[in-house]
Design a protein around this ligand. Structure first.
Ligand SMILES: *Cc1c(COP(=O)(O)O)cnc(C)c1O
Length: 498
């Protein structure tokens, strides 16, 4: 058990621990108007122990906490698949404009025509970018977009009288949310192995295809950062089988303005606006995972969708529920701040800018790959799209250093670690996405650090085993944290006796 002073050193003394009775951050004048009847006895809650701090203490407390944080505004954040890129601040400005930020979700349509018009245009733009013109902005995350897409597939199959199609095929490289979303909808998941080059193996797919298959879920580019080599053939096989092709478009940044899911024959995809289209994310949100579909599936989209109104001078855009809609995914309309940032991002870049974005994403990932290839194993060699998945297997075998140690050591050098141990088909995976916004020298600095760590692994593996050395908290006791998590604050006198 750590002592109290240890806890103080790491800045872990919570605002509650610093509380002094009677202190206030702001004084408000006593109300001298008429007093309302007090609430009935039993409806009020007493003993609400909120921290009491002066304004100075409060500001210092949160400022100190913010310094412990690492974000895309602090430095390179090469978390693979997550596209943690720099987001232009002007998009935050747009999302914060009072006309948008102050709108109540229950405001009558006539009062929010400007907002609805922007959202309608965003639907149109995402439809154009994906080649799938039927769009709903409702899903609040990528995983919720997947859920929506799977529900749409289920419903259209039921209406076609093919409810016996209950299987969804997912490659073994897929993000964990894919099989989870299919399972939540009641489908059975069949995993198929990737081919030796990292792309889907059409023969493995063909073996599984029969009249019980509802859909194939495929990520493009896949989670190895690779283009699916046989994607057109794969789509044809699935369609010839009477099944749907679902696309995980969370990693759209290397395709922007160049390749469209609709042109490849996909039926429904989700995008991650908080990855590709400029919303600071991490720490669990907020996000937006719009679904984009073919006209055939338009009627099944989640509600609401924004539609132009019949000619009427006051209400030009309305919130509508498609005729066979899977329904609502939440009480209101989606995460509007994320949608506005995406709108601003697309409008400021235009088609040429979006193309430049995907060009830079691919160039940066391949530059990084070429700089690191001699230091770390690359199980699926060759040109990548938005990210490169290395393996720490060599370091593990030769020096007893694991990917986990390498990731922790990066913290000492001021870098956020990459995604580790995913995808599952890569041993000791290090999944690195530099994103389109890292400058050449930042990519070189990251690569030089990774090379230095590979050298340390050979010379002094213990430095890595005990990393990080410079962070306020070093290695956590993860077994205890998992088995006996302390999930709430205990006041001093009630501190749990162990
Ligand atoms: C991030 C991601 C998801 C899930 O998106 P969330 O917004 O985190 O729910 C799904 N698939 C892939 C490939 C992703 O990278």
């Amino acid at each position: 058990m750590t002592s109290k002073s240890d806890r103080e050193d790491i800045g872990a003394r919570l605002s509650f621990d610093r509380s002094v009775s009677g202190r206030r951050a702001v004084d408000t004048p006593e109300w001298d108007g008429p007093r309302a009847e007090p609430l009935p006895e039993g409806l009020t809650r007493g003993g609400l122990r909120l921290p009491e701090l002066s304004q100075g203490q409060l500001v210092r407390y949160y400022t100190a906490l913010s310094h412990l944080n690492f974000g895309v505004d602090s430095g390179t954040y090469p978390l693979g698949s997550c596209t943690m890129k720099y987001n232009p601040k002007v998009n935050d400005e747009v999302a914060g404009l009072p006309g948008f930020a102050g709108v109540h979700p229950l405001a009558p349509e006539v009062e929010v025509q400007g907002t609805l018009e922007v959202l309608f245009e965003l639907q149109e733009m995402l439809g154009a970018i994906t080649g799938l013109p039927a769009v709903s902005l409702a899903p609040a995350a990528g995983a919720q977009g997947e859920l929506a897409g799977m529900l749409m597939v289920k419903k259209v199959l039921q209406e076609r009288g093919e409810g016996e199609r209950r299987r969804v095929i997912v490659p073994d490289s897929a993000h964990g949310t894919n099989p989870a979303s299919a399972a939540m909808v009641g489908f059975t998941v069949t995993e198929i192995p990737s081919g030796p080059g990292g792309s889907m193996d059409p023969a493995a797919l063909e073996r599984e295809l029969d009249d019980t298959v509802a859909a194939l879920m495929v990520t493009l580019p896949n989670t190895l950062g690779l283009w699916e080599r046989d994607i057109e053939r794969v789509v044809r096989l699935v369609h010839d089988n009477g099944s749907y092709v679902y696309g995980d478009g969370a990693n759209l940044n290397p395709l922007l303005g160049r390749i469209r899911f609709g042109d490849l024959g996909f039926d429904v995809v989700h995008l991650n606006l908080h990855k590709t289209f400029s919303t600071p994310h991490g720490g669990g949100g907020p996000g937006a995972g719009p679904v984009c579909a073919t006209p055939e599936l338009a009627a099944y989209l989640p509600a609401p969708v924004i539609v132009p109104a019949a000619v009427d001078d006051e209400v030009r855009f309305r919130l509508a529920r498609p005729t066979s809609s899977i329904g609502r995914l939440q009480q209101f309309h989606g995460n509007i701040g994320v949608l506005l940032r995406a709108y601003a991002y697309i409008r400021t870049l235009g088609l040429d800018g979006l193309r430049a974005t995907s060009g830079a994403a691919v160039l940066n990932a391949n530059y990084l790959r070429s700089l690191l290839e001699e230091h770390y194993a690359l199980p699926y060699p060759g040109t990548v799209m938005h990210e490169a998945v290395f393996s720490g297997a060599r370091q593990r075998r030769k020096h007893g250093v694991r990917t986990y140690d390498i990731a922790k050591r990066l913290i000492d050098y001021g870098f956020h670690p990459p995604t580790v141990y995913f995808p599952l088909i890569v041993e000791e995976a290090l999944m690195i996405e530099p994103t389109e916004t890292e400058a050449r020298e930042d990519i070189e600095a990251f690569a030089a650090t990774m090379a230095a760590i590979a050298e340390e692994a050979a010379q002094d593996p213990d430095v890595l085993h005990n990393a990080p050395h410079t962070a306020p908290i070093s290695r956590l006791d993860e077994a205890t944290a998992a088995r006996r998590p302390e999930l709430r604050w205990w006041p001093g006198e009630q501190a749990r006796e162990e």
